[in-house]
Design a protein around this ligand. Structure first.
Ligand code: X2W
Length: 282
């Protein structure tokens, strides 16, 4: 017991330089549906976010929820297909997407953060016109490409001590349009518009792997392009690395792709010298 307490005190002490480095930093965290897990894992994620806020970081959570959308579409008997990692979204599907993301998933995260003593407020890209979209590609239907970001609402919230939790649903340039936005795309656009210090993409893989299958802990945009050209970065990793490159171009200082199922993944990345996953920066 005594030994545990000594180890805890040491851990806190060793975290001091990291805590100092991140005071006032804006950290956007993409919490993917595959990283969410059970209630216990959700509570642990929420604790990490509340701890970040407690030590002076401004966390902004952007979530996904693909598996949860699949569940409800399945119950309703609506078939769904993906093209290049994006869900083909017709009128009936976009209604389900908005219900699941802005309703079920968003409020589950908000509640989990509030249960840990944080002050979370859940919004979507529609609130205050945060994320204005056009159609990404006619063959994908109501899949949105963000074209105008109004992130002042996020600054207003975090400057008031509130943790914004954002569902990746966009509003259209035309009246009454609703767009389904890929969660990684939304997180990248928000991080870019905020010129965030860090974008953490929490997923269910351990990071970017090289040809031997080993995780590359740090890489430059050039290395990402080179690994992609050689087909080493492929499949579901492509939308993540593309998001990372676009976010860096927009002024985000660094992007980390990491396994959200690791206990305390966010803390490990920000506040220890081990870091986690793959860090991409120029
Ligand atoms: C996603 C939005 C949710 C998402 C979808 O419909 O599944 C598009 O594909 P994950 O959990 O992060 O995958 N949108 C256009 O991105 O969820």
């Amino acid at each position: 017991m005594m030994r545990d307490s000594i180890a805890t005190a040491r851990t806190l002490s060793e975290a001091l330089p990291y805590l100092q480095r991140y005071t006032g930093a804006v950290v956007v965290i993409k919490f993917g549906g595959n990283a969410m897990g059970d209630d216990e894992a959700m509570a642990e994620f929420a604790r990490d976010i509340v701890l970040m806020r407690q030590v002076g970081v401004n966390p902004v959570v952007v979530h996904g929820g693909g598996p949860m959308i699949n569940d409800l579409l399945g119950k309703l008997g609506i078939a769904s297909e993906f093209r290049r990692g994006k869900r083909v979204t017709d009128k009936a599907t976009v209604e389900v997407v908005e219900m699941v993301l802005s309703g079920l998933v968003n409020k589950r995260i908000v509640q989990a953060i509030n249960d840990q003593g944080g002050r979370a407020v859940g919004i979507s890209g529609k609130d205050d016109d945060l994320m204005v979209c056009v159609a990404d590609d006619p063959e994908l239907g109501f899949v949105g490409k963000p074209v105008e970001m109004n992130v002042q609402v996020l600054r207003d919230l975090y400057n008031a001590g509130i943790i914004p939790v954002v569902a990746p649903v966009g509003t259209g340039v035309e009246d009454n349009e609703t767009f389904n936005v890929n969660g990684d795309t939304a997180a990248g656009a928000i991080a870019g518009a905020l010129k965030a210090d860090r974008l953490l993409l929490l997923t269910d893989v351990s990071g970017v792997k090289d040809e031997t299958g080993a995780v590359v802990t740090q890489l430059s945009p050039e290395q990402v392009r080179e690994l992609t050209a050689r087909g080493v970065i492929a499949g579901g990793m492509i939308p993540k690395t593309e998001t990372a490159l676009a976010a860096l171009e927009a002024g985000v200082r660094a992007v980390v792709i990491l396994d959200g199922r690791i206990p305390n993944a966010c803390l490990l990345e920000l506040f220890t010298d081990h870091g986690a996953g793959s860090l991409i920066r120029s």
